[in-house]
Ligand binder design. Structure first.
Ligand SMILES: [Zn+2]
Length: 270
């Protein structure tokens, strides 16, 4: 456990936004960074860096786990939770008990090596990418009028949500069609691309319009799976559609004007 009070602390206002290096390279599991600050929040410790490849929880995707280690190997911090607030990424965790000098921790300016837990990242990226693929499949099976809402891409019961309904008599047919189309697209394959573009270019990649929550003056990051329409997203994804493996659509539920498509990746449960 980290000991509050033994580390340098500074207020959120003093910390610059963290550069999200996973935006450009979603596959990178090792990288260097500079410590911007170490925060104590009650019993919790958080390391803030100038840049990170660890994905914070958000956008329906769970946080990454991993480690932050001094380049000289004297200090190791195990990252057990990653969150973002006002553009600053907080890597929560504890110093490894084998650090050389028990009383010292990271200081601003320290150069560190970041490592991401690859197995957890891979599963999260596959689950997240599967959610995007289902969006494309909804259009392909004639349900394009349902507006994509939030997604939950956690291993414990992932789903994608749409505003709009499907008649109950049609649910089983649509479940079959959706699963069949998803696995058809996986068999076809294709690349997954992340592009940071101007608002107008981003809108074009997404079929002509962007959701209202995207600011007009922003440069959104757009994810495109193969030739399918893109969508704005800040998460990590597979680089090839085939890496998703296989999708099982377990259930479609309609309630209060919202359709929820539950899915899982059978190969990830082996
Ligand atoms: Zn995404």
């Amino acid at each position: 456990m980290g000991v509050p009070g033994t580390s340098h602390s500074c207020g959120d206002g003093a910390l610059p936004p963290t550069n999200l290096a996973y935006f450009d390279d979603m596959r990178k599991l090792h990288s260097n960074a500079i410590v911007a600050g170490v925060i104590t929040e009650g019993e919790r410790l958080a390391v803030v860096l100038d840049q990170t490849i660890l994905h914070p929880q958000g956008g329906g995707q769970p946080f990454d786990t991993g480690s932050i280690e001094a380049v000289d190997g004297t200090i190791k911090f195990c990252v057990t939770d990653v969150r973002t607030k006002s553009g600053v990424v907080y890597h929560y965790g504890n110093y490894h008990e084998n650090r050389v000098m028990e009383a010292t921790g990271f200081e601003p300016g320290h150069e560190v090596k970041i490592s991401v837990d690859g197995a957890r990242r891979t599963l999260n990226s596959r689950l997240h990418s599967a959610g995007h693929l289902l969006d494309a499949c909804m259009s392909n099976i004639g349900l394009g009028s349902l507006e994509p809402g939030k997604g939950y891409h956690f291993p414990d019961g992932p789903f994608v949500e749409y505003k709009g309904t499907i008649p109950s008599s049609d649910l089983e047919n649509k479940r079959d069609a959706l699963e069949s189309e998803a696995n058809h697209l996986i068999a076809l394959g294709g690349q997954v691309r992340a592009t940071v573009a101007s608002y107008s270019e981003a809108a074009a990649l997404c079929g002509g319009r962007l959701p209202d929550y995207i600011a007009k003056e922003s440069c959104p990051r757009i994810i495109c799976l193969g030739e399918n329409l893109g969508c704005p997203c800040g998460g990590t994804h597979v680089l090839a559609i085939s890496e998703i493996g296989e999708i099982k659509v377990s259930q479609i539920r309609v309630r209060k004007g919202v359709t929820k498509v539950y899915y899982n990746l059978p190969k990830s449960e082996a």
